[in-house]
Design a protein around this ligand. Structure first.
Ligand code: HEM
Length: 405
């Protein structure tokens, strides 16, 4: 894609010429057959580069190493999350994704409302419904001995969990999945806008009903929340409902695809995990490191110099988390997936915006693996088929046909 930007915007005069990388991040990531190695070529250059097409054709900074990405996550005074709202723009209403698009100190008031429902202890209550959901989905293809993992499992699974978490009926599941797909991936921007609005309309009627009569403790906690001593307002609450939708679907679906692909192409590891399920938590940590699917971003809040690089207020800063988690100066042989590694990774972010749903996500992924490994004695990629993936703001499989012995 050619960026519709004038040269002055593509390469501002303030950017040191030696930091300019005339490339499209997405094209770079999709070269070859391994996106993680493809983007890791950026490790050969400086830790901060100005890429002419960093994000859907827009120019911006790209941080390429663990240390600088980690620092940007923590330094919210210079790297703001209050960037123009993708969803707000599409809806034409001030729905700021809450808390992900809000900087401290206001951010803390919202996290305080949500945190108690996402502690390791609190999310244990979800084990049974999560397992139940896995079993229901697996039952649909178990006897066939094969499945297309993306459409038949990875996409519907987190949607089911979201509907359960939010006390929503499952009768709109197909709509939800369609909206999710369009919101994240429709090539026509109008389809993305239409999906954002359909989601909004559905969340709105559910939210208003919950304000009248909350159906579970989590929903009661949100609709009756107080922010700085006053009741939470309409848009704050809608932002929370919306972020839970956006936060927990694409990330889980994408990570699950890479995990299942790895397991399906590594029979020895598969056998080891099947024989000893106590290894699953450490395997999930290593899979999360190696298959860190998120490219997040920030906006420079004020002019300043970052590691010798002059950054200007309003500049976009892209943080491909996979570059942090495959940084060879932090992880030895970063492209080797080794479940005995016990890595300290930042797949779920770090600092003030670290992932609200990380404990839930890890349990979900562990339960999915447990259920697949205990149900099927042999999981392989279907011979003769070529799995397909996409890169972008998240890296995820689009087509992953499996044979299930
Ligand atoms: C494998 C699955 C997941 C991955 C890899 C992931 C990754 C991330 C990352 C990297 C961030 C930080 C973004 C930033 O600072 O810009 C984040 C934040 C967030 N995630 Fe997740 N996430 C996952 C699952 C979930 C789930 C299941 C939920 C829903 C319950 C969720 C809800 C959120 C929310 C609400 C935030 C914003 C937190 C804040 O701003 O304080 N995530 N996630």
């Amino acid at each position: 894609m050619n960026a519709p930007f004038a040269t002055a915007e593509r390469i501002p005069a303030t950017v040191p010429p030696e930091l300019v990388c005339e490339a499209d991040f997405d094209v770079l990531a999709s070269q070859g057959d391994d996106p993680w190695r493809a983007v890791a070529r950026l490790h050969e250059g400086p830790p901060v580069v100005w890429m002419t097409e960093a994000n859907f054709g827009r120019p911006g900074w790209v941080l390429t190493r663990h240390d600088v990405i980690n620092e940007a996550f923590i330094d919210y005074e210079h790297f703001s999350s209050e960037r123009p709202g993708m969803v707000a723009d599409m809806l034409g209403e001030p729905v700021r994704l809450n808390p992900i698009e809000i900087d401290p100190p206001r951010h803390h008031a919202y996290r305080k409302v949500l945190n108690p429902f996402f502690t390791p202890k609190a999310v244990k209550d979800f084990d049974d419904p999560v397992r139940q959901c896995c079993r229901e989905l697996i039952a649909k293809f178990k006897d066939r001995g094969e499945c297309e993992f993306v459409d038949e499992f990875a996409v519907p699974f987190p949607s089911y969990i979201f509907l359960d978490l939010m006390g929503m009926p499952r009768d709109r599941l197909d709509d939800f999945i369609g909206w999710q797909d369009d919101l994240m991936r429709a090539s026509d921007p109008m389809d993305r806008v239409a999906a954002a609005r359909s989601i909004y309309a559905y969340l709105k009627q559910h939210m208003l009903a919950q304000q009248e009569n909350p159906t579970n403790d989590f929903l009661r906690g949100m609709v009756t929340a107080e922010i700085d001593g006053r009741p939470i307002d309409y848009y704050e609450l809608m932002g929370m409902f919306y972020v839970l939708y956006v936060g927990g679907l694409d990330t889980v679906y994408s990570t699950l695809g890479w995990i299942m692909h790895h397991v399906a192409t590594h029979p020895d590891l598969q056998a080891r995990l099947r024989a000893d399920s106590s290894l699953l938590p450490q395997a999930i940590e290593e899979f999360s490191r190696a298959f860190s699917v998120v490219v997040t971003h920030r906006q420079v809040a004020k002019n300043f110099v970052f590691h010798g690089v002059p950054m200007k207020k309003g500049d976009e800063v892209n943080m491909p988390i996979m570059l942090a988690n495959r940084d060879p100066s932090v992880h030895e042989n970063p492209h080797v997936v080794d479940i005995d590694r016990k890595p300290r990774h930042i797949a779920f972010g770090t600092g003030t915006h670290n992932c609200l749903g990380l404990h839930l996500a890890k349990r979900e992924m562990r339960i999915v693996l447990e259920e697949f490994l205990s149900t099927f004695a042999d999981i392989r990629v279907k011979p003769g088929e070529t799995p397909r993936y996409h890169t972008g703001r998240t890296f995820g499989f689009e087509y992953l046909p499996l044979v299930l012995g």
